[in-house]
Design a protein around this ligand. Structure first.
Ligand code: 0A1
Ligand code: ZN
Length: 884
């Protein structure tokens, strides 16, 4: 069955016809235009006759007029690429329907009716992976945000909540396992080799939380007893052969369930919780009620195939999706502008969980690194938007680091201002007051305000204003008084030329230079454009440690001496502030050297100071290796570019590499000793062993930069000795950056060793595309022709091309070849998977902040994409905003 809704394109290209083509400008949806839906749909019953190439859906909707909305006799049921097979109203076949674009319109005379609609779709032709699609011989769904309308006609908006009864029929051999939301009520066999299962979900939900899975799957089954004694069966479904890699996911799930009870008082509410891993998935995972669907990447892990980072990814994403059961499912969003209501809050919840499961300071630093690497550039570029956007053309484009990660930071600030206990009172009130509702960000803020007893009047600006505030900090000292002068500037962003001051909670401490201690941490809130704060009793000028724990998601511009940064890098008792001091030391040096502001002697002395600070980190016995490893991470090229008004990626790359080489050469003995010590620690998942693995590869990177010959030999030795993926991948990462027989041999060995394992083959592609090797572009072009490469699998596309697009030295090649390549990828991928294609656009969208030559070449590629004949709504929106 064809799911095309537009006629074939003139050249007859079926792929172009298949995806959501937009011959003209797609409309803009505005937050201010929200209207409640005129009808309620209390009950939905779906009957699926499943087939990989043809699935027939009979949908029966009980509808009634919505007393809370303006009455309308017309009901608009959204569709996307659907054709009507038949419609019946109150049991009578009806021809009284019309189409408006993709939507089905019906006129209903009475107060309540029953609508029955039959549709038929071809899941195997669904390359967008939205709606019902075939993946690896099984059927699965993805309905957030607007995928349900690709299955059947429905008011596909999050404020229409219904209970679902679903009957699934399918061939018993092709689909031995039949899963849906809620509880399994009955099963049966038919004589023709088909069987069926009937599921009922008692919790009213919006259509985006609907899910169905059918296929050949096996389960890791376990159970969890909730705080009130409810016994919950837990299943993690995977392909046969993957079962022995599900243990970590199951442990993570049980930990998440316990933690949400203990920390937020949230208990699970069904007798069954199912997770299914699928290999074709646009995102990380999806929180469908009682049936979470996961990208295999966030389920499967064992020591041979997953790195320590992968293990953390599994734990964090399992927790995130599970936590959505309350922050997302029990309380959902009124409309998609409120996305951060569920995503910002759930990211905060998963971050706090991971902090509690491992090292809290290390987790905080990692989260800030993600924010700075992904969200800060978004907030300072053409795609900047508030955490609660005001308009969109395609909602898929707003699953962003701003909505997710800055959204989490905004709620974290509330928590910082009122403290954990009062914050819990606020969230209790929120969950209590809005349970079962489709709520707004304003509802959340009001609940925290009332429950926690916090005045958030001015704080609401964090929801409406985009842009990262810049705080200028100057500390003055006279007599016994230290005076802190602060000012804030919230930069103009698209559509928001003028900004109001935001409340900025800043944790700070003033250090005494002699005793290397302070009198206690204070929290101040800067809520005006400028303010001064005085601190008495300082006979000597203290050293200021500010934005401790990254208490506010802002840029700090501090007027501070290099010696004071060295002091903080060695003595600050706040791990984040210590990390920050070392980063600042390095960033300020690299900015000067990139600009060519340094004479040779100045450069040498700065490098010496940095090397000394790093040696102190290597020698500090009070540090654990996990934290040591964090402190050794050099600021990324992307972050460095972000700190500059106009960036020259070529110079940034050269100077950063030169600094790494200088540190590696100066500290060769220290790093060699560290590598040796760390290599002696046997494999385990305990923090000490994980820390050892982290510093081992860090040491290798510095050594290889300082002495490539030695680095190559050590990396090869680490590769050969590896008994786990963390060490093996770390060594291979270093080897991919340098020429030589070791590189060739290691890449060949790695591929042959893991060629049947898609997730590890993804790593093989990503390591080469993300490599420091000067010929990375040629390697990527050759890899695109590799038999294992396909544009149809998002993980594979990301492993090759996303890794390339986010590899600054390769993407920003001086001749513009990287930009051409990424534009080609966007154009080729757009007809297949527009959501994934559009995710490449922001890299080219950085053109305004690049040096003139690169800027012009990036813009030219955006214009080339813009002029393509039939772009998807997704790509159209991102390209036009990027050029606008
Ligand atoms: N709600 C999910 C994210 C998600 C969004 C859209 C998707 O469609 C392709 C898939 C997943 C989460 O936050 O985990
Ligand atoms: Zn989420």
């Amino acid at each position: 069955m064809d799911i095309a809704r537009t006629p074939s394109t003139p050249d007859g290209n079926p792929e172009l016809a298949d995806a959501a083509r937009t011959p003209q400008e797609p409309p803009t949806i505005r937050r201010e235009d929200y209207q409640p839906f005129p009808w309620t749909v209390p009950e939905v019953s779906l009957d699926f006759d499943l087939g990989l190439e043809a699935t027939r859906i009979v949908s029966t909707l009980k509808v009634a007029r919505n007393p809370a909305a303006e009455a309308s006799p017309t009901i608009r049921l959204n569709g996307d690429g659907l054709e009507v097979v038949s419609v019946a109203i109150d049991g009578e076949p009806s021809n009284g329907w019309t189409m408006d674009g993709d939507d089905l319109l019906l006129t209903l005379p009475g107060e309540a009716h029953e609508i029955r609609i039959v549709t038929e779709i071809d899941p195997s032709a669904n390359t967008q992976l939205m709606g019902l699609y075939a993946s690896d011989g099984m059927l699965c769904t993805q309905c957030e945000a607007q995928g349900f309308r690709r299955i059947t006609f429905f008011p596909d908006r999050p404020d229409v909540l219904s209970t679902y009864r679903v009957k699934m029929h399918g061939d018993a051999e092709t689909f031995p396992v039949l899963l849906c939301n809620g509880n399994l009520e009955s099963t049966g066999k038919d004589e023709d080799g088909t069987h069926w299962a009937e599921w009922h979900d008692p919790w009213p939900k919006p259509s985006y939380l609907f899910a169905l899975v059918a296929g050949q799957l096996v389960a890791n089954t376990d159970s969890f007893t909730t705080m009130n004694g409810r016994e919950v069966t837990l299943n993690i479904y995977v392909r046969d052969g993957d079962l022995d890699r599900t243990g970590h996911a199951m442990e993570s799930l049980k930990k998440s369930m316990r933690w949400d009870e203990e920390t937020f008082g949230r208990e699970y509410d069904l007798d069954l919780f199912n997770i299914v891993a699928v290999s074709d998935f646009n995102m990380g995972a999806m929180e469908n009620k009682g049936l979470n669907v996961f990208n295999t990447k966030y389920v499967l892990a064992d020591e041979d195939t997953a790195t320590d980072g992968d293990f953390d990814g599994v734990e964090g994403v399992i927790a995130h999706e599970y936590f959505h059961n309350w922050s997302g499912n029990r309380i959902t969003c009124r409309d998609w502008f409120q996305l951060s209501l569920k995503e910002g809050f759930t990211v905060l919840r998963d971050q706090l969980f991971s902090q509690d499961m491992g090292s809290a300071p290390v987790k905080r630093i990692e989260d800030v690194r993600v924010l700075r690497g992904a969200q800060f550039p978004e907030d300072s570029g053409p795609l900047a938007h508030p955490i609660r956007p005001d308009s969109y053309r395609e909602i898929s484009n707003f699953y962003t680091a701003t909505v997710y990660n800055k959204g989490a930071e905004v709620i974290r600030m509330m928590r910082t201002m009122c403290g954990e206990e009062r914050f819990r009172k606020g969230t209790d009130l929120y969950f209590d007051r809005h349970d079962g509702e489709a709520a707004t960000c304003e509802d959340f803020v009001r609940a925290i305000e009332e429950g926690a007893g916090l005045d958030l009047e001015q704080f609401r600006r964090w929801y409406s204003q985009a842009g990262t505030p810049k705080i200028t900090v100057r500390l003055e000292h006279a007599g016994n008084t230290a005076t802190l002068h602060l000012s804030q500037d919230v930069p103009a962003t698209p559509g928001q030329p003028e900004k109001q001051p935001m409340p900025i909670p800043l944790k700070l401490a003033l250090f005494d230079r002699e005793s290397k201690s302070h009198r206690g941490e204070e929290l101040i809130v800067l809520d005006s454009q400028e303010a001064s704060f005085t601190f008495e009793g300082f006979a000597q000028p203290p050293v200021l440690s500010i934005n401790r724990g990254f208490s506010a998601p802002v840029v700090i511009e501090r007027d501070i001496a290099q010696d004071d940064l060295v002091f903080l890098a060695a003595h600050d008792d706040d791990p984040f502030a210590r990390y920050e001091a070392l980063q600042d030391l390095i960033v300020s040096h690299l900015k000067q050297s990139v600009n060519g502001d340094l004479a040779d002697a100045e450069r040498d002395s700065a490098r010496t100071a940095i090397a000394a600070a790093i040696r102190a980190v290597l020698q500090d016995d009070a540090l654990d290796d996990l934290m040591r490893g964090e402190l050794l991470v050099l600021p990324s090229e992307t972050y460095l570019a972000e700190t500059m008004a106009v960036a020259d990626p070529g110079r940034i790359h050269e100077e950063r590499q030169a600094l790494r080489a200088a540190i590696g050469a100066t500290l060769k003995d220290d790093f060699s000793a560290l590598h040796k010590r760390a290599s002696a620690v046997p494999y385990s998942l305990q923090p000490e062993a994980r820390g050892a693995r982290k510093v081992k590869t860090q040491a290798l990177m510095f050594l290889a930069a300082g002495d490539p010959e030695l680095g190559r030999a050590m990396a090869w030795a680490q590769y050969e000795a590896a008994d786990n993926m963390t060490d093996r991948q770390g060594a291979l990462m270093v080897l991919t950056g340098v020429d030589g027989i070791e590189r060739t041999n290691a890449l060949l060995d790695f591929y042959n060793r893991y060629k049947g394992n898609a997730l590890v083959v993804d790593k093989w592609f990503a390591l080469q595309a993300g490599s420091m090797h000067p010929n990375t572009i040629e390697h990527v072009k050759a890899l695109a022709e590799h038999p294992d490469f396909t544009m149809k699998n998002p993980n594979r596309v990301r492993s090759l091309f996303m890794a390339f697009a986010y590899n600054p030295h390769a993407f920003h090649a001086a001749d513009g070849e990287g930009y051409r390549l990424v534009a080609d990828v966007i154009l080729a991928l757009d007809p297949i998977n527009p959501q994934t294609a559009a995710r490449f656009v922001p890299q080219l969208g950085k053109w305004r902040r690049m040096e003139p030559k690169r800027s012009a070449m990036m813009k030219e590629q955006l214009e080339r994409i813009a002029s393509a004949p039939a772009l998807s709504r997704d790509t159209y929106e991102q390209v036009s905003r990027s050029l606008g």
